[in-house]
Write a protein that binds this ligand. Sequence first.
Ligand code: DGY
Length: 322
Amino acid sequence: MGKDKIVVTRNIPEPIVARLRDAAHVFLWEQDEVAIPREVLLKEASDASAIYTNLTDRIDRELFDAAPNLRVVANLAVGFDNIDIAEATRRGIPVGNTPGVLTETTADLAFALLMAAARRIPEADRFVRDGNWKSWSPMLLTGQDVHGATIGIIGMGRIGEAVARRAKGFEMNILYHNRSRRPEAEQALGAQYREMDDLLRESDYVVLMAPATAETGKMIGQRELALMKPNAIFVNASRGTNVDEEALYDALKERKIWAAGLDVFEREPIGADHPLLALDNVVVAPHIGSASIATRTRMAMITADNILLGLAGERLLHAVNP
Ligand code: DGY
């Protein structure tokens, strides 16, 4: 039997590629700027035993049909909405992800967006660089206080809880909404459970951390935005598909809510001419929630572990199949 082939759909740190090469023949898509084109992925998958994927790759029935020898898929992310898990499971293909290691890093980014939107940091930065700073003045670029405010976290999983820990440090009043109550978070952090509408009505900061599922699609739309306070700041570091972006744009433009901090978008990459980007009360980032050097390196290593375990026919470190 020949060597296994692993398709790696993005450039990853060299030592990790070397580890994979020790075990198998590796096809590496080396361009950082561009995702692997669909036709290249389908072609390379045709004789692959494993695919090392990331969230820009659609791993669906067509792909599985094109890859008859596939024994494992491992995603360089905790989220796996780019993969048809039911189809993989039906074919007996384990799918790996990277939970845990990115929790704190992603919570850092969510909180950074929250603070940047509250204190208008990108706007202030542009103001100074554009030479508009003529004099100190009492109400110049005034924003919202973070300390002591009420934060409402939607999706109290690992990352939601890590956001709550940061909020506790800022002496915020912590509300949360989740599919099930989280008594540990209530006890440890003083977080209070709220029904969704109550959370939206009461929060100064609404932070969305829910995964993308059939139930969460556009869960924040016109109705939900209308319930938020006029000073509310909305932060999304989960998935863009959880939000009705047109409704969000309207709410921000008409100042029905105060600002938003967004790391994720309905379509990624968001076009530079997207209407949201013309608004001063929007702070954006290009889906970099887990993007610290240490965390991305750990995620890349776990993904490699998942691949190698899958090829060896062993249990993955983290498998998402039911
Ligand atoms: C994830 O892990 O799901 C992030 O969105 C990408 O790092």
